[in-house]
Design a protein around this ligand. Structure first.
Ligand code: CA
Length: 757
C-alpha cells in the first residue's frame, strides 16, 4: 500500500477570495511538487447514495449512517459524541495502521477543525475560514474556498486565526470566516450561494472561529472577544436564503438603553446597575453548540465576562447572567427555554463554551436525555437536557475555587480563601486555560465512559494596580495572570511585598502541582470515577479525541505523534511519528469498504505565537496537513529540518534614551506582544530580525495597514507616531542585545562598535 501526498494544483477550482496573497501565512504553493496528478473534479461519490453532493438531512443524521460509514457533523453524529461504531480497525490489527494520504493546506497557522465526511467527500475548514472539499479516499481536492477576510478583525482574535469546522446540510456547506461573515457554499462546487455579515456595528472587537450549528430551519453562529470588549450574542439565519431570523444577546448591556429581548431584563437583575457596561460584558459563544431535533432545543455554551474581577465588573455582586452558562433556546423563535449557570459571577475566565455532548443515560432506573459538559471550571456536568435539571457534577480535575457543586441548589460552593483575588494575589486551580478547553472530548455509549483531554494547572491571579480604564477594542480583563509552570520565572519580577504574599499561599508549597500537567482520562460522568489516565508530554500538550467501537481511542499530540490507546485500559497500542503538532480531534469513516482515520495537524490556537519546537523545526515551520490513516498504510513523510536561521542583522543606530525605550517596552507589551513573541521560530515575524527596509516601513505597516492582507492589523486609532517611535527604540534595543549575545556565543567581535545617538 503506497500513500500519496496531495497538494492543490494550479488548475484546481478555487472559489471567491482574493487568492493566495497572504504570503507569510501561506506557503508558496507553486514551489511545491504535486506528488500525484490532481486537477480537481468530482470523485463521483454522490452516485454512491443517489443524492446530491453534501446531502445531509434530518432523516440521514438520525439514521444508522451517522457514526458509521459517514461522519456527518463535527462531532460525527447528532449528539456530537465523537464516537464511531466502525471497528474494522480494532485492538487486534491497529499495529498495521499507516498513512493512506496526506493533503497539504498551504498554511502555517493552527488547524483545529474536525472534518465531516459524507458520500465519499471530506469537507473541513482551516486558517481564517478556508474550506477544503477533498475526495475522502485519496485526499485529492475537489474545490477549495478562500474567503476574503477583513484582517483588521485579527486584533480581536485572542487565540489564532483558526476555525473549528463546517456544517454540511442539504447540499450546502456553512462556514464562518474570522471576520464573522457566514457563508453557505454549494457542496458540489464551493461557489457562494449566500453570505451574511454576522457582526453588529458597535465598534467592538470580535472574531469568529467556531463551527456553525444547524438547528431546525436555521444556521446559528456566535463569536469570540470577551477578553477585549465584545458583548456576546448568537445570530440565526435561514438555511436556504441566508435571511436574518433572530439574535440572542447573552448579557444585558447598558440598562439605560432598551433591552433587545425580554430575557435580558431578567438577566439585568443579576448585575449591579453600575456594572462596567462600557467594557462590553462578554458571554461570547465562540465554540460549542448542539441541537436536539426531538426536543427542538438549541444548546449554547457562553463565555466569561470582562473585566474579570467581579468587584470591578459588577461591584454590587450578582450572578451576572448569562455568562458561563448553558442556554437552551427554541431555534424557531430565539427565545430562552431554560438556562443553567455553571460559574455564577465568574472571575476566573471559566467559560462554558467547551464542547457539548448529547446522549442518553440510565439514572436510578430511568432513561434520561442528558447533556454532558466539562467546562474550564473543573466540574463535569450532567444535565437533563429537556429541563436543565442538574443530575451530577463530579470533579474531573484538581480545583480549589469551589469545593463542590451542591446538587440541591445547583450552585458551586466557592472557596473564597483560595480563589477570591480581590484582596490580594491567589493561586487558583484550574487555570484560565481550563481543566478542559475546546479540544473535543469523546463519549463511548457502550463503555459509558467519557474521554477528556484534561489539564491540571493553575494561575497566579491578581488585580494590577491603577484605575481600571476602558481601552476600546483591546484586552480589558483587568486581571494579571501567570500560569503556575511559569511562576518561578515571573515571581522575582514582582514587587517584593507581593512576592511575600505569594510565597505564603498554601498552594505555593505544592511545587509538583505548580508544574502543571495534561493528561487524557477515561471517566464515568455520573460518579467521576477515573477509569484510567495517560500523561501527555507536558502541560501545554492536549488534543481532541476520537473513540470507536473497535475499542480504540485516537489522539494526536503537540510533540508530533499520533497515538492509539485501548479504550478500556488506556494501554498505548500504536504511535505514528507525524512530525507536526496536532491539536484537532481525529474522526473516522469508511469508503469503498476501507475504514480511514483522519486528523488535521498544525500548531496554533491559544499560545500560537510560541510554537512548539516539534512543529517549528520542520521545513516551512508548522505547515498544515490533513492526514488520513488506514490499515497497511505507509509511513508519514517526514519533513526536512529547517536550516539554522540567518544571523541576527546588525541593528540600526539607537536614537532613543532609556525612558523612550522603557515607554516602548510598555507599549509593545500592551499592543504587540500577544502575537510577536520574538522567538527565533515564532509564527509572527521575530522583530529582532528586522532589516533596515522594514524599519523604514515601520509606520506604514503599524499605522497604515501595509501588511493587512497578511494578518497584521493597523493601529493608528491606538498608537501615535510618537508611540511607534518608542516601540522602534525598544525593538532596536532588543535587537542590539540579541545581536551582541549571538556574537558573544560565536566569539565574534561586533561588526562595528555600538552606536549611540
Ligand atoms: Ca475567555
Amino acid at each position: 500500500m503506497t500513500q500519496t501526498t496531495v497538494m492543490p494544483a494550479p488548475g484546481l477550482a478555487r472559489t471567491s477570495g482574493r487568492g493566495l496573497s497572504a504570503s507569510w501565512m501561506l506557503l508558496a504553493l507553486a514551489s511545491l511538487v504535486v506528488a500525484s496528478g490532481c486537477t480537481g473534479g468530482s470523485p463521483s461519490e454522490s452516485a454512491r447514495s443517489g443524492r446530491a453532493p453534501g446531502w445531509i438531512d434530518r432523516e440521514r443524521l438520525y439514521s444508522s449512517e451517522a457514526g458509521e460509514d459517514w461522519w456527518l457533523t463535527v462531532g460525527g453524529d447528532a449528539g456530537g459524541t465523537h464516537y464511531s461504531r466502525l471497528k474494522d480497525i480494532n485492538r487486534e490489527n491497529v499495529a498495521r495502521l499507516g498513512l493512506a494520504w496526506q493533503f497539504e493546506t498551504g498554511t502555517i497557522r493552527g488547524l483545529e477543525a474536525t472534518p465531516i465526511v459524507v458520500d465519499g467527500v471530506m469537507y473541513t475548514s482551516g486558517v481564517a475560514g478556508r474550506v477544503y472539499a477533498l475526495d475522502a479516499a485519496t485526499g485529492k481536492p475537489i474545490w477549495i474556498f478562500e474567503p476574503e477576510v477583513d484582517m483588521q478583525v485579527n486584533r480581536g482574535a485572542c487565540c489564532d486565526m483558526v476555525n473549528r469546522g463546517v456544517a454540511v446540510w442539504e447540499g450546502l456547506v456553512y462556514v464562518a470566516a474570522l471576520d464573522g461573515v457566514l457563508y453557505a457554499l454549494d457542496a458540489a462546487t464551493g461557489k457562494v450561494v449566500w453570505k451574511a455579515s454576522t457582526f453588529i456595528d458597535d465598534g467592538r472587537a470580535r472574531a469568529s472561529t467556531g463551527a456553525p450549528q444547524i438547528a431546525g430551519d436555521v444556521v446559528v453562529i456566535g463569536h469570540g472577544g470577551a477578553e477585549y470588549d465584545a458583548r456576546g450574542y448568537i445570530s440565526a439565519y435561514d438555511l436556504k436564503t441566508g435571511e436574518f431570523r433572530w439574535r440572542f444577546f447573552t448579557v444585558p448591556g447598558d440598562p439605560s438603553r432598551p433591552y433587545e429581548h425580554p430575557e435580558l431584563e431578567e438577566a439585568a437583575k443579576t448585575w449591579d446597575p453600575k456594572s462596567r457596561w462600557d467594557m462590553g460584558g462578554g458571554g461570547t459563544v465562540w465554540d460549542a453548540m448542539a441541537y436536539d431535533a426531538e426536543l427542538n432545543l438549541l444548546y449554547v455554551g457562553t463565555g466569561n465576562s470582562t473585566p474579570y474581577p467581579r468587584a470591578i465588573r459588577s461591584p454590587g455582586g450578582g450572578d451576572n447572567l448569562y455568562v458561563c452558562s448553558i442556554l437552551a433556546i427554541d431555534p424557531r423563535t430565539g427565545r430562552l427555554v431554560w438556562h443553567y449557570q455553571e460559574t455564577p459571577g465568574d472571575q476566573w475566565d471559566f467559560t462554558a463554551t467547551q464542547p457539548i455532548i448529547l446522549t442518553d443515560l440510565e439514572i436510578e432506573g430511568r432513561k434520561r436525555r442528558v447533556l454532558l459538559h466539562a467546562p474550564k471550571n473543573g466540574f463535569l456536568y450532567v444535565l437533563d437536557r429537556a429541563t436543565g435539571e442538574l443530575l451530577a457534577a463530579p470533579k474531573f480535575a484538581y480545583t480549589n475555587w469551589a469545593t463542590h457543586v451542591d446538587l440541591k441548589t445547583g450552585r458551586p460552593v466557592e472557596n473564597p480563601e483560595a480563589a477570591d483575588y480581590s484582596r490580594g494575589p491567589k493561586i487558583v486551580y484550574p487555570a484560565t486555560a481550563g481543566a478542559h478547553n475546546w479540544h473535543k472530548m469523546a463519549w463511548d455509549p457502550e463503555l459509558r465512559l467519557l474521554f477528556i483531554p484534561t489539564q491540571e494547572m493553575g494561575n497566579l491571579i491578581f488585580i494590577p494596580p491603577g484605575e481600571p480604564e476602558y481601552r476600546p477594542g483591546r484586552i480589558n480583563a483587568n486581571a494579571a495572570l501567570v500560569f503556575t509552570p511559569q511562576l518561578e520565572f515571573v515571581l522575582p519580577t514582582l514587587p517584593p511585598p507581593m512576592q511575600e504574599q505569594i510565597r505564603a499561599l498554601p498552594e505555593y508549597r505544592n511545587k509538583e502541582r505548580l508544574r502543571g500537567r495534561s493528561f487524557l482520562q477515561a471517566i464515568d460522568p455520573l460518579t467521576g470515577e477515573r477509569r484510567w489516565s495517560v500523561d501527555s508530554a507536558g502541560w501545554w500538550d492536549r488534543a481532541g479525541v476520537l473513540v470507536t467501537a473497535g475499542g480504540l481511542v485516537f489522539q494526536g499530540s503537540a510533540t508530533g505523534t499520533f497515538n492509539v490507546y485501548d479504550s478500556s485500559t488506556g494501554e498505548l497500542l500504536k504511535t505514528i511519528e507525524v512530525g507536526t503538532s496536532i491539536l484537532a480531534a481525529p474522526m473516522t469513516y469508511r469508503v469503498d469498504g476501507v475504514q480511514y482515520v483522519a486528523v488535521m495537524a498544525a500548531w496554533g490556537g491559544g499560545g500560537w505565537s510560541f510554537p512548539q519546537p516539534e512543529s517549528a523545526q520542520y521545513r516551512f515551520g508548522n505547515a498544515g496537513r490533513i492526514l488520513a490513516f488506514r490499515l497497511d498504510g505507509g509511513p508519514v513523510p517526514q519533513r526536512e529540518p529547517l536550516p539554522e536561521p540567518p544571523p541576527i542583522p546588525e541593528p540600526p543606530p539607537q536614537f532613543g534614551d532609556a525612558a523612550t525605550i522603557a515607554r516602548g517596552e510598555a507599549l509593545f507589551s500592551q499592543t504587540c506582544s500577544l502575537c510577536h513573541s520574538n522567538q527565533t521560530r515564532s509564527l509572527a515575524p521575530d522583530l529582532r530580525r528586522m532589516t533596515p527596509a522594514v524599519y523604514e516601513a515601520f509606520d506604514s505597516i503599524v499605522l497604515e495597514g501595509l501588511l493587512l492582507p497578511n494578518g497584521m492589523p493597523r493601529w493608528d486609532d491606538v498608537l501615535t507616531p510618537e508611540d511607534t517611535r518608542a516601540i522602534r527604540a525598544y525593538l532596536i534595543d532588543q535587537q542590539a542585545k540579541a545581536y551582541a549575545a549571538e556574537r558573544a556565543a560565536l566569539d565574534v567581535p561586533p561588526a562595528s562598535a555600538p552606536r549611540q545617538h
